[in-house]
Design a protein around this ligand. Structure first.
Ligand SMILES: *[C@@H]1O[C@H](CO)[C@@H](O)[C@H](O)[C@H]1NC(C)=O
Ligand SMILES: *[C@@H]1O[C@H](CO)[C@@H](O)[C@H](O)[C@H]1NC(C)=O
Ligand SMILES: *[C@@H]1O[C@H](CO)[C@@H](O)[C@H](O)[C@H]1NC(C)=O
Ligand SMILES: *[C@@H]1O[C@H](CO)[C@@H](O)[C@H](O)[C@H]1NC(C)=O
Ligand SMILES: *[C@@H]1O[C@H](CO)[C@@H](O)[C@H](O)[C@H]1NC(C)=O
Ligand SMILES: *[C@@H]1O[C@H](CO)[C@@H](O)[C@H](O)[C@H]1NC(C)=O
Length: 251
């Protein structure tokens, strides 16, 4: 018993001394418009202090997460509150009727996702995914360890999104669907006869995105080139919407 307490004491002291009991996600909006970032926890995850909030053009906010957090961030656009007080967004809505998503995931796809599985056997895993479509440019930059790769997807939808996948509102394009979302065919969704990596190959649609965003998750079995890892004891992460930096793909 005394030994167990000693071990607990040592572990807790160690964590305090090295200051690594949690992580910071710095979320910054460099878009020309307001974005409402949102977050959902993965299975067995622990809640963050906020799961949805407003970020005006040029603003940044630090979200503190548990050291071993698993979950995803995304951005919501064209949000408003209607006359009876219900909040909703034209893209990325989480369906709660409030700015806070309260643990709910995206109920209105498409949405670009930034996904994190922190501290899995000593490593953090992260990716930026367009498997659920694309509504905002996102850049993820690990902070603290310079050997860890940045990832993201910054696309001009006017150029990259084929007409049949466009989501429009008031005649302007607000998001781009993934081929699976729109066409619902097993070869795009990697289901049925196409449910294994050897059967489900990149489609012309996913390759179209992949050519512009080589580091992004473009379809179900794209993990080899789009999941990144980083030593878990070092990193905080910056997530930027509409980054001005172009990703240096050689690093
Ligand atoms: C997170 O940021 C706060 C200030 O915003 C700082 O006090 C804290 O040490 C940071 N935590 C980590 C894990 O970097
Ligand atoms: C506001 O939005 C809620 C949720 O979508 C809906 O049920 C309600 O009818 C809306 N109110 C008005 C006045 O449109
Ligand atoms: C697409 O192009 C139009 C006209 O140039 C521009 O107004 C609009 O902002 C562009 N939309 C996106 C999503 O890039
Ligand atoms: C579309 O236009 C209406 C009326 O001007 C506006 O209330 C709504 O927010 C617009 N939607 C988007 C997604 O821009
Ligand atoms: C799967 O492939 C088999 C053999 O080619 C075919 O008979 C079957 O209809 C396919 N199933 C679906 C859901 O496409
Ligand atoms: C951090 O992890 C590396 C290996 O991933 C290890 O060599 C180092 O000792 C660790 N540092 C701390 C403070 O835990």
């Amino acid at each position: 018993m005394a030994n167990e307490l000693l071990v607990i004491f040592l572990v807790v002291s160690y964590l305090f001394v090295s200051g690594i009991t949690s992580r910071n996600f710095t979320i910054e909006n460099k878009c020309d418009y307001t974005v409402w970032p949102a977050a959902s926890n993965g299975p067995g995850g622990i809640s963050l202090s906020t799961t949805g909030f407003m970020l005006r053009k040029g603003e940044a906010r630090v979200i503190n997460a548990p050291f071993s957090w698993t979950g995803r961030f995304w951005g919501r656009t064209f949000c408003s509150t209607n006359s009876t007080g219900s909040f909703s967004c034209a893209t990325g809505d989480c369906g709660t009727g409030k700015a806070d998503c309260g643990g709910a995931g995206v109920s209105l796809l498409p949405a670009t996702l930034a996904e994190f599985s922190l501290d899995i056997s000593g490593k953090d895993y992260y990716d930026v995914s367009v498997v659920d479509g694309y509504n905002l440019p996102i850049l993820v930059v690990p902070q603290g360890d310079k050997t860890c790769s940045s990832t993201g997807c910054v696309v001009d939808m006017n150029v990259t999104c084929p007409f049949e996948l466009r989501v429009t509102a008031n005649t302007s394009m607000i998001a781009c669907m993934n081929a699976c979302q729109k066409l619902k065919l097993p070869e795009y969704c990697c289901t049925g006869n196409y449910s294994t990596p050897d059967k489900c190959k990149p489609s012309l649609y996913s390759q179209n995105f992949k050519s512009v965003c080589p580091r992004a998750y473009s379809y179900t079995y794209d993990d080899a080139s789009s999941t990144f890892s980083c030593a878990s004891n070092k990193s905080n992460y910056a997530i930027t919407f509409c980054p001005s930096t172009i990703l240096n793909t050689t690093k």
